[in-house]
Design a protein around this ligand. Sequence first.
Ligand code: NAP
Length: 296
Amino acid sequence: MAETLSKVSKVVLITGCSSGIGRATALRLASNGHRVVATARKASDLAELEAAGCDVLALDVTDEASMVAAVRTVEAKYGAVGVLVNNAGYSQSGAIEAVPLDRVRRQFETNVFGLVRLTQLVLPGMRRQGFGRVINLSSMGGKLTFPGGGYYHATKHAVEAISDALRFEVQGFGIKVVLIEPGLIRTGFSEAAVGSMGANTTDDVYGEFHEAVAKATKESYETGPLARMAGTPDDVAAAIERAITATTPRARYTVSASATVLLTQRKLLSDRVWDWFLGTNFPVPGAAEKRRAART
Ligand SMILES: NC(=O)c1ccc[n+]([C@@H]2O[C@H](COP(=O)([O-])OP(=O)(O)OC[C@H]3O[C@@H](n4cnc5c(N)ncnc54)[C@H](OP(=O)(O)O)[C@@H]3O)[C@@H](O)[C@H]2O)c1
């Protein structure tokens, strides 16, 4: 039986709460008095959030039945999902030629199609009650692209486009759509990105490049100059809370100094100068062999 059918539900459903930004967001919102449904692929990862006062549910954004069941459960208890935070996501790193296509598809299934499908499932409830917020975790990587991260960036560029369209389409129903664009945030994200590199093919051609991408990724989060501009999961959680509580939220919230600096740099530089800048950080695949061949 719905707990609050006559009232507007503001319950917040968050995906990917087993770690990082999702976990920090669930903790912050619950401790500030929001009603939170924290979800993860394995509900056993959510004991701490349950103890912190969250409702917890298993939810895999690549599994239709799991998404339908989670939305039904929330609607039966609260009437509607009031706020959806589409947070679940990961990076698949590697050169465009080298990442097996089934891995590319899996990346889009989680970061894009899961986000879209869950949004489709909660919108009818939001429309019925004339209120809703959809908060989509994009990235500074939705507006710029690093070599070796092409597929991850493609998913975030897709999230940007989908959110821009959706924001216009649902505003008349009382639903607001907000993009969160974090820069470097210290979570398990970078380890997953580096770890995913092991699945790549054509290492005879891209081996040195993949090693450099792995090293640059690790350094930018841990030791390099960018690491000093990295943010924490709670910085992102605070931006998400602003997006939920502001009467008129902005369309986008950038999080961390790394995002501000790199997005400004990308905006100011021409494509040619940007590519030169990337060349100071990553080796150009094939170039060393070409130089060696020219010397012999
Ligand atoms: N950290 C950064 O620098 C950064 C920057 C910009 C944007 N972001 C974005 O922020 C979001 C959260 O990332 P994070 O940094 O917090 O990384 P994280 O600590 O690795 O967390 C990722 C979360 O996504 C979940 N997930 C993965 N596949 C899933 C699926 N099929 N169904 C449900 N959940 C799934 C993971 O759950 P499991 O434990 O079950 O795998 C985990 O809870 C992502 O969308 C990411 O792209 C992160």
